[in-house]
Ligand binder design. Structure first.
Ligand code: ATP
Ligand code: HMH
Length: 274
């Protein structure tokens, strides 16, 4: 069984962060390992506390995973501060981990900050040069590029700007887009190749952890040796069905249904994603 790693924060509410990643890995038949960078007290109504894990404890977790597992692909989520990012990049270089997906988590949907302001440069300068793909949502792409995204052209410009970090490909997710009917995820790579996946926008408030779940699905599929376009398509189908079949859990922005792709999507949803 392919082994994968998530380096991210814990979400006590179970819909985002490490918990979303591990559920997604399990559903896609890869063996998930984890390095916890921060512990959040969080539910569908918001984040009430964030406690960073001490750097030596992060180092020990990276070492424990690195010395015993064959990591075929990995993702990063919430990294909290620059020191954590440096620790993580050192381990990625040391263990020569390939197929790195960076989900540049900055702000939770309720507005809580999950990355310190000065850590953005560490993501751009230290982490992205090692990455196969970075998966910002629209506000994160604006923050990383310094470009306001309001149409296809500015989205392309923002992706080009982020590519200057040295990352192999930029995937700007469309959950925060303005089109009421569709979400459009846009990918641009170092060779100028583009891929756009479009799917019907589901009218729901239950979108907690969509980004984490999507990037975990991408990681699982890359680990299994699928090409990037194939992995992107499966990840998009996975998140589409997870949102479509939301569980209606909690009083606020509920989690997605990580089991939906296995149960329904492979049979019925494929036609939705273009
Ligand atoms: N309402 C929706 N209907 C269909 N697809 C959606 C919807 N909202 C988000 N998506 C899809 O979910 C994936 C994640 O995108 P999104 O922009 O929501 O990430 P995010 O803001 O990083 O999520 P989070 O911060 O909650 O983890 C993308 O593939 C996007 O197209
Ligand atoms: C721990 C954690 N990571 C990522 C996100 C972004 O959804 C969140 N809300 N919580």
């Amino acid at each position: 069984m392919k082994q994968v790693l998530t380096i991210a924060g814990s979400d006590s509410g179970g819909g985002a962060g490490i918990q979303a990643d591990i559920k997604t890995f399990q559903e896609l038949s890869v063996f998930g390992t984890s390095v916890v960078t921060a512990v959040t007290a969080q539910n569908t109504l918001g984040v009430t506390d964030v406690a960073p894990v001490p750097v030596p404890t992060i180092e020990k977790q990276l070492q424990a995973v690195g010395e015993d597992f064959q990591i075929a692909a990995l993702k990063t989520g919430m990294l909290f501060d620059a020191e954590t990012i440096q620790t993580v990049t050192t381990a990625i270089r040391h263990y020569k981990w390939q197929n790195l997906i960076v989900d540049p988590v900055m702000i939770a949907k309720g507005g809580a900050s999950l990355l310190q302001e000065d850590a953005k440069d560490a993501i751009l300068q230290d982490l992205l040069p090692l990455a196969a793909v970075v998966t910002p949502n629209i506000p994160e792409a604006e923050s990383l590029s310094g470009i306001h995204i309001h149409n296809d052209m500015t989205r392309h410009e923002a992706a080009e700007k982020i590519l200057q970090s040295g990352v192999n490909g930029v995937l700007i997710k469309g959950g925060h887009g303005k089109n009421p009917d569709f979400t459009e995820d846009f990918y641009l790579d170092q060779h100028g190749g583009t891929l756009v996946l479009k799917s019907p926008r589901i009218q729901t408030k239950h979108t907690h952890g969509t980004g984490c779940t999507f990037s975990a699905a991408l990681t699982a599929e890359m680990a299994k040796g699928h090409s990037f376009p194939e992995a992107f398509l499966t990840a998009k189908q996975f998140i589409q069905s997870a949102i479509e079949h939301a569980l209606n859990i909690g009083a606020g922005h509920g989690p997605t249904n990580h089991g939906a792709y296995r149960r329904y999507a492979q049979k019925e949803m494929i036609r939705y994603v273009q």
